[in-house]
Design a protein around this ligand. Structure first.
Ligand code: AKG
Ligand code: FE2
Length: 327
């Protein structure tokens, strides 16, 4: 993204902050794991007032829309390039500023398997579509022969994200000395293993990686560090019936050996096209990336990813289903 557009987006984020739209996380571990303040903005005008996701989320400022549109177009291109089936865009996008030079964000994954009883993200659940109390989980467990009594011990995906896309909005004179680097690790790399990619968060740079397989961390920054993030959701998890969800899960869960083969899962570039090309060149196979086994609770908060670019024929993912969007 060009410098002028980045500057406009950054100014919009600063204004959002002045208006009280960015808050520090208030759950217990947040103070030690991450130093950012975040807000969620509505990316569509949709919203009929009876949806929790509406609570307290400002509409995306017009100047910031271009940033989210860029991320959405990255998703649209990756959907085609990676053949991962239909990606969906949540109604909310995240805006973040790291302004405490003591803290970045410790190594984590944006989605992962956790015991069912812990598969919630607290305040993130509504905003990011990551609720674990989705109706149907119990029936899903039953379908798999696990029984409702045992379901608390069953692992589930923490949330519904499959692809993370970040756009940095930092000032043009940002340098490596300012810190704030994003470090991504090879999937399944043990702590301390060599990292695969380090990204200096230059304004205009976009980073994408599969949410379920790439551990990453953010280093503390000496200056306020701005970014917006869109977490794409897979259509496959929107299947309506337990049978369909079970089939989707069985068809898409990846075994550990296959995951290890995907050493490089990160692409960074200055614009959407370059991102898509870089991702295509990397040995990422999103077709086999995992999707969650729970239904998404509020279908209305999702919409299909933007149209693929001209001349590129969309490859139908094995689980993509337009009917999943009709709720
Ligand atoms: O801003 C970044 O580079 C990454 C932030 C991150 O990992 C997150 O918000 O989950
Ligand atoms: Fe993250």
């Amino acid at each position: 993204m060009d410098a002028a557009s980045v500057a406009r987006c950054r100014a919009a984020v600063e204004q959002l902050d002045v208006d009280g739209g960015l808050r520090r996380r208030n759950h217990a571990q947040a103070s030690t794991t991450r130093g950012d303040r975040v807000g969620f903005v509505r990316l569509t005008d949709e919203g009929d007032g009876d949806d929790d996701d509406d609570d307290g989320n400002a509409p995306c400022p017009p100047e910031l829309r271009r940033g989210f549109e860029l991320l959405e177009s990255v998703g649209a291109q990756l959907e085609v390039v990676l053949g991962c089936g239909r990606l969906l865009v949540p109604r909310l996008g995240m805006v973040a500023v790291y302004d405490d030079p003591r803290f970045g964000y410790v190594r984590h994954m944006d989605n992962e398997r956790v015991p069912a009883s812990r598969s919630t993200d607290g305040i993130e659940s509504a905003a990011r579509g990551s609720s674990s109390s989705a109706p149907g989980c119990e029936r899903h467990c039953e379908r798999q022969g696990l029984g409702t009594g045992e379901q608390r011990d069953v692992e589930q995906w923490r949330n519904y994200r499959v692809l993370t896309a970040i756009l940095y909005l930092n000032a043009p004179d940002w340098s490596a000395d300012d810190g704030g680097m994003l470090r991504c690790y090879a999937p399944d790399a043990p702590p301390g293993a060599p990292c695969t990619v380090e990204v200096v968060p230059h304004g205009g740079t976009v980073v994408v990686f599969p949410s379920c397989t790439v551990p990453h961390e953010v280093f503390p920054a000496r200056r306020p560090r701005y970014a917006i993030t869109l977490w794409f959701v897979s259509a496959a998890l929107l299947r309506d019936t337990p049978e369909e969800r079970a089939a989707a899960a069985a068809a898409t869960l990846v075994d550990a050996a296959a995951r290890r083969k995907r050493a490089r899962a990160v692409a960074a570039a200055a614009d959407a096209k370059a991102v898509a090309q870089a991702a295509a060149a990397a040995p990422v196979n999103a077709a086999t990336d995992p999707v969650v086994a729970c239904p998404y609770p509020t279908l209305r908060t999702l919409r299909p990813c933007g149209k693929p670019p001209r001349g590129v024929k969309a490859r139908a993912g094995p689980l993509a289903s337009a009917s999943a969007l009709e709720a």
